[in-house]
Design a protein around this ligand. Structure first.
Ligand SMILES: Cc1cc2nc3c(=O)[nH]c(=O)nc-3n(C[C@H](O)[C@H](O)[C@H](O)COP(=O)(O)OP(=O)(O)OC[C@H]3O[C@@H](n4cnc5c(N)ncnc54)[C@H](O)[C@@H]3O)c2cc1C
Length: 374
C-alpha cells in the first residue's frame, strides 16, 4: 500500500536531520528515512566552520558539550613551506558520527518519525520507493548527499577526485602541537587536512586526483606520498596509531554543482545539502551550506513558498561562494600560480584570512559568527 505522508525527508545526514528538526518543531508531520541502521563514520574533514556552529546553536545543539574541539588557527603547508593565520571565526573539530546522531536525536525528540536502515531505491512519478514500501508525499526533501538517486538524477559534473578519511591517535607531543589548529596540506595532485576531534583523536582527510591514485597504487602508497610531499605531516604522524583498519573512501564528488530550479524536478521537491550545492572540501563550509539549506527550506515550506523559490534563493546565496572556491582550488593546484600564491600567503598571513573569508557562507552581507564558547 502507498503511504501519503505530509513531508518525507530522504536521507538523515546533517541537511535532512536539521530540516526534519526544524519542520517537526513548527508542528509539521515529518517522516525521515535514513539508509544506515546505526551511526557511521563519514568521509568528511569534520571542520565545523563558524557558520555551521552558529546554525547548530540556533537548532539548540551544544557543539562543545558534544565534544567539539575549538579550532582557532589555520596552518597551510606546501612542500617544506608553512604559513599560519588566525581563523576569521572560531571553529570546531567534531566527528560526524557524533554530530549527525545528535541532530537526528533532536529531530526525533521534536516529533519527527525516523525509520533507519531504510534506503530510498527509486523516485519517479511522485512515488518514493523503498525495499518494503512506497510513499507519495505532498512534499519531498531530498537530502541523500553527494550521489544520485535512481529516477531523479541531477546534471551534476562528476569530478576526478577521490577522497579518503581516517583517524589517528597522535603521539602526545604532536597532539599538543595540533591543538586548536587545522593543518591544511597542499601537494601535487590534491590536498589533505588534519585536525583534532573529540576522544583525543585527529581526523585525517584528503582528496587526490584519480590519475595520481592509479599511479601510486593503494592507500599505504598514498599516505607515504603525502608525507614525502610534506615533511611537516611526516613529523606529525611519527609514532601515530591508525584507528581504522582501512580508510573510508569515496569518489567522483560533483564539486561546483549548484542545483537550478529549471531542472525538471516535480513541484514540491526540495533538494538539500549536497543534493543542492557542493562546495570544494578544502573550504570546510559544506556542512554550513547543508544546515543553511535545511533552515531555508523549512522557512519556505512554512511560508507556503514553492521549491522553485527555495532553489533560486539558495543558488543566489551560495553560488558565488562555490564558484570562488572552485577558482581558488584551480589556482592553488597550478604549479607556478600555486607557488606564487603560497609565497604571498606565507609573507602576508592576512591573505589567508582574506581567502578563508571569500569561501564563507554569507547570508546577511557578512559571514555568520560562531556561538559563544562554553
Ligand atoms: C573529502 C571531503 C571532506 C569534507 N570536509 C568537510 C569539512 O571539513 N567541513 C565541512 O563543513 N564540510 C566538509 N565536507 C562537506 C560535507 O561533508 C557535506 O557538505 C555534508 O556532509 C552534506 O550533508 P548532507 O546532509 O547533504 O549529506 P550527507 O552528510 O552525505 O548525508 C546524506 C545522508 O543520506 C543517507 N542516504 C544516502 N542515500 C540514501 C538513500 N537512498 N535513502 C536513504 N538515505 C540515504 C546517508 O546515509 C546519509 O546519512 C567534506 C566533503 C568531502 C567529500
Amino acid at each position: 500500500m502507498t503511504a501519503r505522508p505530509d513531508i518525507l525527508v530522504a536521507g538523515g545526514g546533517l541537511a535532512g536531520a536539521a530540516a526534519a528538526l526544524a519542520l517537526a518543531r513548527s508542528g509539521r508531520e515529518v517522516l525521515l528515512l535514513e539508509r544506515e541502521a546505526v551511526a557511521q563514520d563519514k568521509v568528511c574533514g569534520e571542520f565545523l566552520s563558524g557558520e555551521a556552529a552558529a546554525a547548530l546553536s540556533r537548532l539548540g545543539l551544544d557543539v562543545v558539550g558534544l565534544g567539539g574541539q575549538v579550532i582557532e588557527h589555520v596552518r597551510l603547508w606546501r612542500g617544506r613551506r608553512g604559513a599560519s593565520a588566525p581563523l576569521p571565526f572560531p571553529a570546531f573539530g567534531l566527528s560526524r558520527r557524533v554530530l549527525d546522531e545528535a541532530v537526528l536525536a533532536r529531530a526525533v525528540e521534536a516529533g519527527a518519525q525516523l525509520r533507519r536502515g531504510c534506503a530510498v531505491r527509486r523516485i519517479s512519478a511522485g512515488l518514493v520507493e523503498t525495499e518494503a514500501q512506497s510513499f507519495a508525499p505532498r512534499t519531498l526533501l531530498l537530502a541523500t548527499g553527494k550521489h544520485e538517486t535512481r529516477g531523479l538524477k541531477r546534471p551534476a559534473p562528476l569530478g576526478t577526485l577521490v577522497a579518503f578519511k581516517t583517524y589517528f591517535r597522535l603521539a602526545p607531543a604532536e597532539h599538543a602541537l595540533l591543538s586548536s589548529h587545522v593543518d591544511l596540506i597542499l601537494f601535487p595532485g590534491g590536498y589533505a587536512g588534519l585536525l583534532p576531534v573529540e576522544g583525543g583523536r585527529a581526523n585525517f582527510c584528503m582528496v587526490l586526483d584519480h590519475s595520481m591514485l592509479r599511479r601510486l597504487g593503494g592507500w599505504p602508497e598514498v599516505l607515504a606520498y603525502v608525507q614525502e610531499s610534506c615533511p611537516h605531516l611526516a613529523a606529525r604522524l611519527r609514532g601515530a596509531v591508525a584507528l581504522r583498519a582501512a580508510p573510508l573512501c569515496i569518489a567522483r564528488m560533483p564539486y561546483g554543482f549548484v542545483h537550478r530550479c529549471a531542472s525538471g524536478d516535480p513541484a514540491g521537491y526540495y533538494r538539500l545539502g549536497d543534493q543542492a550545492a557542493v562546495i570544494h572540501s578544502f573550504t570546510g563550509d559544506g556542512m554550513a551550506i547543508a544546515l543553511h539549506s535545511a533552515a531555508l527550506a523549512a522557512r519556505c515550506i512554512g511560508a507556503g513558498e514553492g521549491a522553485d523559490i527555495f532553489h533560486r534563493r539558495l543558488g543566489q546565496q551560495v553560488g558565488a561562494q562555490i564558484r570562488r572556491a572552485g577558482w581558488m582550488y584551480r589556482a592553488l593546484s597550478l604549479p607556478l600560480l600555486g607557488a606564487i600564491s603560497f609565497s604571498a600567503m606565507a609573507q602576508f598571513p592576512m591573505g589567508i584570512e582574506f581567502l578563508a573569508a571569500q569561501t564563507r557562507l554569507r547570508t546577511g552581507g557578512r559571514w555568520e559568527s560562531s556561538p559563544p564558547r562554553a
